[in-house]
Design a protein around this ligand. Sequence first.
Ligand code: PEP
Ligand code: MN
Length: 338
Amino acid sequence: MVIVTKREATQEQVEAVVKRIEGVGLKAQVSTGEQHTVIGVIGDKTLLGDIPIDSMSGVERTMPITAPFKLASRQFREEPTVIAVNGTKIGGKQLAVMAGPCAVESAEQIVTIAQHVKKAGAQFIRGGAFKPRTGPYSFQGYGIDGLKMLMAAKEETGLGIVTEVMTPHEVELVGEYTDIFQLGTRNMTNFYLLREVGQAGKPVILKRGMASTIEEWLLAAEYILAEGNPDVILCERGIRTFETHTRNTLDLNAVPVIHELSHLPIVVDPSHGTGIRSLVSDMTKASVAAGADGLLLEVHHDPDHSMTGDGAQSLFPTQFETLMRELKPIAIAVGREI
Ligand code: PEP
Ligand code: MN
């Protein structure tokens, strides 16, 4: 259920409603919009008993949320969520561009790539220090040393950091370095991890599970939101289908669907979505045309020597630069800036 407050409701009135809700053991989430403040009630609403919420001072009306995800829904919040991080607003007019290698491989590698992507107009450097590899003998990332290398790249370029966290007990450590936590496709339903980043006080990119429906994905986002972290960015990265030509099938339907169902920003990862370098630029353009709020792209200056298998889907810096230039008219055509 959501409680929509009157336009002229005072802070004290909103607080009084929140207190009443919390007083019976329910959780209240306040979302301040341009027109109204909305209070989401989380938990078993029969606990409200006879409390006359509808007639409390400052309350305009109460509304059930019919979607299984509540805080993530458009019913809870009409306006898009805009997340300000490291000087960039994600979910607003400007496209957020996060680019870099699959994994951090050395300080020199990450700094070099960061300089390239910064020059081409990206706002974030991406790169994994903890890598979720399909096989246990593959390179698993440099861990804390990788985080330090990312920090060196940030210091050198001013770019924000996006890096993956895989387990609840590493959230604190990764949070000391990153600006945005990345939760990978394999961890979309790791509910302990979702809850932990929900308490970490930093934005989270939640990648869609490779075999997850949009509803399951939004329910995963709900875990993070329900812990009090409103800064969730969804990332479409392709799903498994019967098609084998591409690594995954990039489900661009998800972009307008998410905008219909949710106020949360959505970025697209055409690198994992295709798995093939020659397809990445076209699918990036399609992502922007479909209304993506941002992009997560793999870029490597020497992909043939990449330590993960993702060299084949990584753009060369010059390709990335060209792509950024070619995206401009597309972005403008759909009311965005780049
Ligand atoms: C990645 O971004 O390098 C990655 C491992 O992504 P995903 O979780 O989408 O496979
Ligand atoms: Mn990768």
